[in-house]
Write a protein that binds this ligand. Structure first.
Ligand code: FNR
Length: 367
């Protein structure tokens, strides 16, 4: 169907299901074991209700903000997702191009299909567009040092260290389908293959990830990153949010990896509320982002009301990539447009005006 007939994130999903190869669909859409966290991620947003304010002159609705001090047109970013070349041969290069057109920040995965330099040059180019690196720390630390040095040289502006994927979840749909055409990441060098457990792409392409990673390694990562801001992706408790402050990182992504790793791990929205209750001072020390199940402008706005600086959107961008850079731009416009509508409906013209009083979380608080 032509792009102009696609009016929400679910349209992209339905089309992708019928267009991409069965293996690509299994890798992209799958989640851990019984899919409970993945489903709950979306449901959690549906439980939060608005407390809209009226009569506030909402002629304008400005979605611009800053993430780690970098300008962005929208308070959401393209979450790092591996092997975007499976959706479209142009993969991350098309994502960078579409992201540049719409001024949305793209986080480049350590398991990207294309080299970082090629991705950056496909967009507006270094210095003209903000990209961040998502880091999987390699058991061979020299490889990680080289990756960080290369990322910095290519103009990437922050490092999102993923801390919830030192083991991969059991994604059964992905395990059941064998890899018949192996793919290789141009960044990490990981290659998809099969073993006696099956053909799980995430699991088999993550075998190099260092399981010894711990809080004391942050100092090493900071120095290897040459002063770039460090964000920890995959924080799931208030206690770890406090540790992130203690270890001096600039941000945290509350995430359960799209429900792909530990099933029945909490939706990020629950963790966000836990931080409000237990250690609200965290919000003064670092930026808090959330991801998982964000499919509507209303979801984005709810997260911002509850203290998130920005949110990550994962699978919908993979599905939109079917349409190349234009799909990436179109999806961004859809979410931006839904967000502007939500802002106006709630009486907000600028994102600096949001506050928890605009939402009712009682249904979730009861859990
Ligand atoms: C991911 N995610 C991910 N995260 C990460 O830190 N590094 C990675 O390489 C990947 N790869 C990846 C591949 C695919 C196919 C998916 C669907 C996800 C997780 C991603 O960054 C994010 O946390 C979730 O996708 C957010 O949930 P939604 O928006 O997909 O529901």
């Amino acid at each position: 169907p032509p792009l102009h007939t696609i009016i929400n994130t679910f349209d992209f999903e339905t089309i992708a299901e019928h267009t991409v190869t069965p293996k690509t669909w299994a890798f992209y859409s799958s989640a851990a074991t019984d899919l409970l966290s993945m489903k709950l991620n979306k449901k959690a947003f549906d439980q939060v209700l608005f407390r809209p304010r009226v009569m506030r002159n909402v002629k304008s609705a400005d979605t611009r903000t800053k993430i780690l001090g970098f300008d962005t047109g929208v308070p959401f970013f393209i979450a790092p997702t591996a092997m975007q070349g499976m959706a479209n041969p142009e993969g991350e290069k098309a994502v960078a191009k579409g992201a540049g057109e719409e001024n949305v920040i793209h986080i480049i995965s350590t398991n990207s299909s294309h080299p970082i330099a090629d991705i950056v040059s496909s967009g507006k180019g270094p210095g003209q567009q903000t990209h961040f690196l998502q880091l999987y720390v390699n058991t061979d630390r020299q490889k990680t040092s080289q990756l960080l040095a290369n990322a910095k040289a290519c103009g990437l502006r922050a490092v999102f260290v993923t801390v919830d994927a030192h083991v991969s979840g059991k994604r059964e749909a992905d395990e059941r389908l064998k890899v018949d055409v192996p793919v290789k990441s141009a960044v990490s060098g990981a290659v998809s293959h099969n073993d006696r457990k099956g053909g799980g792409m995430g699991r088999l392409m993550g075998l190099y990830i260092d399981r010894t990673l711990n809080w004391e390694d942050i100092a090493w990562i900071k120095s290897a990153a040459g002063g770039l801001p460090i964000v920890l992706k995959g924080i799931q408790t208030a206690a770890d949010a406090k540790l992130a402050v203690k270890y001096g990182v600039q941000g945290i992504v509350l995430s359960n990896h799209g429900g792909r790793n530990l099933d029945t791990s909490p939706p990020a929205l629950f963790t966000l509320l836990e931080i409000h209750k237990i250690c609200p001072e965290v919000f003064n020390s670092l930026e808090v982002y959330i991801d998982g199940g964000i499919r509507r402008g209303t979801d984005i706005f709810k997260a911002l009301c509850l203290g998130a600086t920005a949110v990550g959107v994962g699978r919908p961008y993979l599905y939109a990539l079917n349409y190349g850079a234009e799909g990436i731009a179109h999806l961004t416009q859809i979410l931006k447009d839904e967000l502007e509508t939500t802002m106006r409906m709630c009486g907000v013209t600028d994102l600096s005006e949001v506050h928890p009083g605009l939402v009712n979380t009682r249904k979730i608080d009861a859990l």
